[in-house]
Ligand binder design. Structure first.
Ligand code: NAD
Length: 479
């Protein structure tokens, strides 16, 4: 059993009233640990500590911040397997390959963020008067709240924490209530790397109790949320109340377009990779597959065979494609979307039942209808729609038939078709010749519409978590 409380200003301490909550392993549905349960009083302590931490951390030279983040990357690279692998598997139900991917990607993110610490560029611009100079300074915001989701509980946390830190902000982390323990481990690792203790706090707890108090705090000057659109709306409102800078990375309903020149078997293999990773609990999962008529039948057959050949369930088997959903609510949402699609006239291509425990079969429904919840809402599970398009324009209009817009993919060898789709699909990203679930520490990840506001990654995160200040000098009075 794992057991950890809170970290406030770099120090482990119990929550006020010594409150704790259970952490459940989704694979066994048994309690695997406990974490401190932070509430408003703990939020106050953490934010006050972070205000002090900001003065210390932002006062370090860029090279000092770079060195801490590089050391953190080195520690994670050497010790990640030992310190994080089992925790990721047990806490989030990740299969071992996905857990390893998260650790490796987190190392990459820390090293990329370290490099950004030296690149807080400002600007200069001309004045009407030759006697004046004008410049633009780039400054950190102050205390940044980092509110993270359960599905990639290490990598997304590292992404949201490392870039604001690189820019000189201090952070207060509110991890998902499903996966608090990995966040506490990551904070320990940053402290070992030399982060000034007051610059980091971790508040495990619940969204409405702890997350809301943090998001509404007037001393918080920036908020990074990765989570559902529903939570994004609540946090967005809280942020506007205090005029707090906010980055919202929210849900998706990504389309994968398979155009008529694609190899159906290869396209189906890519569609499966982009859809069923982590049981479809990926914001960019290509859960709407749109296939041009000439390759539709062959693609459907290959997709069905590929899904039925997937090995699923055992989280410690390196051949396992995915494990359980995070909890029963998530499973029930998948089942509800399936029932609604069937009621709207869809037919089942493959799957459609529980495999075991919280593991659901890879499931694809044919032509669910554009009003079905499966087509319109994020399912966040291993269930996808498959629809037929008459031509490229029809495929693009189906891709755009959504209020979300996080990622999209187009499978074609025709460069003009690929670029036409990339230009016309409304989405934060469009990938050609690849599936929709892509990651790159330098890329501007984010969405349009209900998928969120702002971009994270590399210099784009730095831009988001810094403020510009115009400074001008009158030279005329110098003699
Ligand atoms: P969630 O919205 O339930 O929770 C996210 C975080 O917000 C948690 O820490 C939660 O405790 C907190 N929270 C909840 N209510 C709050 C409130 N009122 N005030 C402050 N904080 C609150 O999301 P989840 O289920 O953990 O994660 C899955 C969602 O995240 C999916 O919708 C997925 O698409 C999205 N996601 C998006 C991206 C992206 O890059 N756009 C990446 C991963 C996941």
């Amino acid at each position: 059993m794992y057991g950890k409380d809170l970290i406030i200003g770099g120090k482990h301490q119990p929550a006020q009233g010594r409150a704790r909550f259970d952490v459940i392993n989704p694979a066994t549905q048994q309690v695997m640990g406990q974490a401190g349960r932070a509430a408003a009083g703990d939020v106050e302590l953490a934010v006050q500590a972070a205000k002090q931490g900001f003065a210390v951390w932002s006062g370090l030279p860029a090279g000092g911040r770079e060195a801490v983040l590089l050391r953190a990357g080195d520690i994670l690279s050497r010790q990640g397997e030992e310190r994080c692998l089992e925790l990721l598997i047990d806490e989030s139900g990740s299969v071992i390959n996905k857990a390893r991917f998260e650790i490796n990607y987190s190392v990459d993110l820390l090293r990329t963020a370290a490099g950004e610490a030296r690149r807080l560029y400002g600007d200069t611009f001309p004045n009407d008067s030759p006697e004046r100079l004008s410049m633009v300074l780039r400054e950190p915001l102050g205390v940044v709240a980092v509110i993270s989701p359960f599905n990639a509980p290490l990598a997304l946390l590292v992404k949201m924490a490392a870039f604001p830190l690189a820019a000189g902000n201090s952070i207060v982390i509110k991890p998902s209530e499903e996966t608090p323990l990995i966040a506490l481990e990551f904070a320990d690792l940053l402290l070992e790397a030399g982060l000034p203790p007051a610059a980091i706090s971790v508040l495990p707890g619940f969204g409405d109790e702890c997350g809301a108090a943090l998001a509404n705090h007037t001393a918080v000057k920036g908020i990074a949320l990765t989570g559902s659109t529903e939570t994004g709306k609540l946090i967005g409102r809280a942020a506007m109340q205090n005029m707090t800078r906010v980055q919202l990375e929210l849900g998706g309903k990504s389309a994968l377009l398979v155009l008529r020149d694609s190899d159906p078997a290869q396209a189906a293999a890519l569609a499966i990779q982009g859809m069923f990773n982590h049981a479809g609990q990926i914001c960019m999962a290509n859960s709407r597959m749109v296939v041009e008529a000439p390759v539709f039948d062959e693609f459907s057959q290959a997709l069905k065979q590929g899904c039925e050949a997937l090995s699923i369930g055992d989280v410690r088997d390196t051949d396992s494609a995915y494990g359980p959903l995070i909890n029963r609510r998530a499973l029930e949402k998948v089942q509800a979307h399936q029932q609604d699609a069937l009621a709207n006239g869809a037919s089942l291509l493959t799957g459609g039942a529980v495999h075991s425990g919280l593991v659901y079969q890879p499931t694809v429904l044919l032509e669910p209808g554009c009003d079905s919840s499966l087509w319109r809402e994020e399912s966040f599970g291993p269930i996808a729609s498959l629809v037929c398009a008459d031509n490229l324009d029809h495929a693009i209009s189906l891709a755009n038939d959504t209020d979300y817009g996080l990622s999209a993919a187009v499978l074609t060898h025709n460069i003009q078709w690929g670029f036409k789709a990339a230009k016309e699909i409304r989405s934060g990203a469009v990938h050609i010749g690849m599936h929709a679930f892509q990651s790159n520490a330098l890329a501007p990840v984010g969405g349009v519409g209900l998928s969120g506001i702002g971009r994270s990654g590399g210099k784009f995160s730095i831009e988001h978590f810094t403020e510009l200040k115009w400074v001008s000098i009158e030279l005329g009075g110098a003699d």
